[in-house]
Design a protein around this ligand. Structure first.
Ligand code: SF4
Length: 550
C-alpha cells in the first residue's frame, strides 16, 4: 500500500475486533442466555424462592431459569434421569435428561471439619439423600437424590454447624481449596487458615462477586507440597519464603482443565498472609471486569491470562486494582509429586494425623457416621477432606494411632493403601451427571480391586483418573493414565462405553499434560487388561528411580 500524502507510513484502517463481552470495555449488555439470566436476577436471590415457593409447591413449580441456572449458586444441580444411556447424552434436550431430584454440594472451605459437622453431614445423607455422599476432588461432599421440598431443612441443619452450600456451584467463587493439614503439618511454611476464613466471610455471598463470567476456582495453602493442585486453579496462593520478608505466598493465576487445558502461571510476586484477601479480591475483580462473557467456552480466567500474558496481568492488578507494586519473588522449588497426606504423620504438636483412602471418593452417610464415632473414640475432634478424594483424622495421640488405623481399615478406609487405591480417582459419571457418556465410579472401584489382585507388586505411584466425558472433573490431563469417557467401537463393531487414553500427565515440578494417543481407545471391558499391560511394561522397563510419566 502506498503511503498517505504527508506521511511516510502506510495508513491502515483500524481493525475491528469483536468484543468478547468484557464489562470493563463497556460490553454490559448480555450476549447470551446465561448472561441474560444473571442480569435479570442475581442468582443468590433464588434461595428465597426455594424457601418460600418451590419447597412448598414441589418440583413442577420451579421456574426453568431457576432450575437450570440460578439453583447452582446454592449448590443444586438436577441429576441425570436414571436409565438414559450415554449415547443419548448429546442428542436430548436438557429437560429430557433432568431427573426430579438434585445433587447438592456442601462446600468445605479448606476441607476442615469437626466431628459434629461430619455427623451432621452423615445424618443429612441418611435422612434426605438415600445414604449417598461422595468426597469430591475439590474437598466438597456431594449428596444425591435431594428433593427440593427438603432443601430448607437441610440448609438449616448445615448452617447450625457452620456449613453451607452457598456458591458451591455457579459462576462465582467456588470452594477455596486449603491444606488439609493447615496448622499442624511439620512441613508447612505458613498456616493459611486466616486468609481462607477472611475470604469466605468477606466475599462468599457478596453480590459484587456473584456474577462472574464463569466458575472461579481458588486454592490457598501454606504447605509447599502442592497439596491443593495449584497449577489447575484460576488463582492459587502457595507457601513460599522470601529471602528478606520471610514466610508468605507465591501467587499463580490462569490454570484450568476441561477441553482447553492450561497450567497456571506464576505472577512472580510474594504476598504476606495479611494481604492475601486483598490480592484475591484484585484477581477476582479482574476476572469479573475483563473476563470474556460472549462464549461460555472462553469464559475462564485462563483465556484472559493467555491473551494478555503474565506481565500485563500483573501490571493491571497492581495499577488498576491494588494501587501499588507487589514484591518480586523468584520461583521456589516445587515438589516432584504433589503430597496427598495419606498414611500416618507426626504433627508439630507431637500428636499425629492419619490420612485414609476410600475407593475413588465414594463413601456414604452410614460410613461417615462411623468415621465420626471412631475419630471421637480416639480423642480427635477434627477431620479433613482433601483434593485427592481422601479423608484425614487429625490430632490423634501416639498411643491411639494403630487402633485408629485398624478401625478405619475395617470400614474400607485404608491408611496404608495399595498404590492403585491411593492413586485412582473418578468423577461422578453417568450414574448422576447429565453430561456423562460413560459410567465411572463403580468401574474405577472395580478396576482398583482388579489391579490390586493382578499387579500387587506395584511399588511406585501410577495415577489413574477416570472421567465420564471431556469435561475433566477428575483431572484427566494431569494423570499418568487419564481416561476420557466416550463411546468406542469394540472388536465386533458395536458401539460400547469406553475411554480415550491420555498418557504421561503430571503435576508439581514435572507438570505437563498427558499426550492423547489417538490409537489408544479402550472399551470399558478391556480396561483392566489395558492398564495391567501398561503397568507391567513400566515395571519391566523402568530404570532406577524412573517414574511412570517421566
Ligand atoms: Fe460429569 Fe463429565 Fe464432570 Fe464426569 S467429567 S462429572 S461426566 S461433567
Amino acid at each position: 500500500m502506498a503511503p498517505a500524502p504527508g506521511t511516510d507510513t502506510p495508513t491502515r484502517r483500524p481493525r475491528r475486533t469483536r468484543g468478547e463481552g468484557q464489562w470493563a470495555l463497556g460490553y454490559r449488555e448480555p450476549l447470551n442466555a446465561n448472561e441474560q439470566s444473571k442480569k435479570d436476577d442475581n442468582p443468590l436471590n433464588v434461595r428465597a424462592r426455594i424457601e418460600n415457593i418451590y419447597a412448598h409447591r414441589g418440583f413442577d413449580s420451579i421456574d426453568p431459569g431457576d432450575l437450570r441456572g440460578r439453583f447452582r449458586w446454592w449448590g443444586l444441580y438436577t441429576q441425570r434421569k436414571p436409565g438414559i444411556d450415554g449415547g443419548k447424552t448429546a442428542t436430548l434436550e436438557p429437560e429430557e435428561l433432568d431427573d426430579r431430584y438434585f445433587m447438592l454440594r456442601v462446600r468445605i472451605d479448606g476441607g476442615q471439619l469437626t466431628v459434629q459437622q461430619l455427623r451432621t453431614i452423615a445424618d443429612l445423607s441418611t435422612r434426605y439423600a438415600r445414604d449417598t455422599a461422595d468426597l469430591t476432588d475439590r474437598q466438597n461432599i456431594q449428596f444425591h437424590w435431594i428433593d427440593v421440598r427438603d432443601v430448607p431443612a437441610i440448609w438449616e441443619q448445615l448452617e447450625a454447624v457452620g456449613l453451607s452450600t452457598q456458591e458451591a456451584c455457579g459462576d462465582c467463587p467456588r470452594v477455596i481449596l486449603g491444606s488439609p493439614v493447615a496448622g499442624v503439618s511439620a512441613d508447612e511454611i505458613i498456616d493459611a487458615t486466616p486468609a481462607i476464613e477472611a475470604i469466605e466471610s468477606r466475599y462468599i455471598g457478596d453480590k459484587a462477586f456473584s456474577n462472574l463470567p464463569r466458575k472461579f476456582k481458588s486454592a490457598i495453602s501454606g504447605h509447599p507440597g502442592h497439596d491443593v493442585v495449584p497449577q489447575i486453579n484460576d488463582v492459587a496462593f502457595i507457601g513460599a519464603v522470601h529471602p528478606e520478608h520471610g514466610p508468605g505466598f507465591d501467587v499463580w493465576v490462569g490454570g484450568g482443565l476441561s477441553t482447553n487445558p492450561m497450567l497456571a502461571q506464576r505472577l512472580g510476586v510474594w504476598v504476606p498472609l495479611a494481604e492475601v484477601p486483598e490480592v484475591w479480591e484484585g484477581v477476582t475483580s479482574i476476572f469479573r471486569d475483563y473476563g470474556y462473557r460472549r462464549l461460555r467456552s472462553r469464559a475462564r480466567l485462563k483465556f484472559l491470562v493467555a491473551d494478555w500474558g503474565i506481565e500485563k496481568f500483573r501490571e493491571v492488578l497492581e495499577t488498576e486494582y491494588l494501587g501499588r507494586a507487589l514484591v518480586d519473588l523468584e520461583a521456589p522449588e516445587a515438589p516432584v509429586t504433589p503430597v496427598d497426606h495419606v498414611g500416618v504423620h507426626r504433627q508439630v504438636d507431637g500428636r499425629f494425623f492419619v490420612g485414609a483412602a476410600p475407593s475413588v471418593g465414594r463413601v456414604s452417610g452410614t460410613l461417615l457416621r462411623q468415621v465420626a464415632d471412631i475419630a471421637e473414640a480416639h480423642g480427635s475432634n477434627r477431620l479433613a477432606t482433601t483434593p485427592m478424594q481422601k479423608l484425614l483424622v487429625l490430632d490423634v495421640e501416639e498411643d491411639r494411632v494403630e487402633s485408629l488405623v485398624d478401625a478405619l481399615d475395617e470400614l474400607g478406609l485404608h491408611a496404608r493403601p495399595s498404590q492403585w487405591r491411593r492413586n485412582t480417582m473418578a468423577c461422578t459419571g453417568i450414574e448422576y451427571c447429565k453430561l456423562a457418556i460413560v459410567e465411572t465410579k463403580q468401574r474405577a472401584a472395580d478396576l482398583v480391586s482388579e489391579l490390586e489382585s493382578r499387579v500387587p507388586e506395584l511399588d511406585s505411584p501410577i495415577t489413574v483418573n477416570v472421567n465420564g466425558c471431556p469435561n475433566s472433573c477428575a483431572r484427566i490431563q494431569t494423570a499418568d493414565i487419564g481416561l476420557k469417557g466416550q463411546l468406542v467401537v469394540d472388536e465386533d463393531g458395536r458401539q460400547v462405553e469406553g475411554f480415550q487414553v491420555h498418557l504421561g500427565g503430571a503435576l508439581g515440578l514435572d507438570a505437563g499434560f498427558g499426550r492423547k494417543l489417538r490409537a489408544h481407545k479402550v472399551s470399558a471391558e478391556q480396561l483392566p487388561d489395558y492398564v495391567e499391560k501398561l503397568s507391567r511394561t513400566y515395571l519391566a522397563q523402568r530404570e532406577d528411580g524412573e517414574s511412570f510419566a517421566r
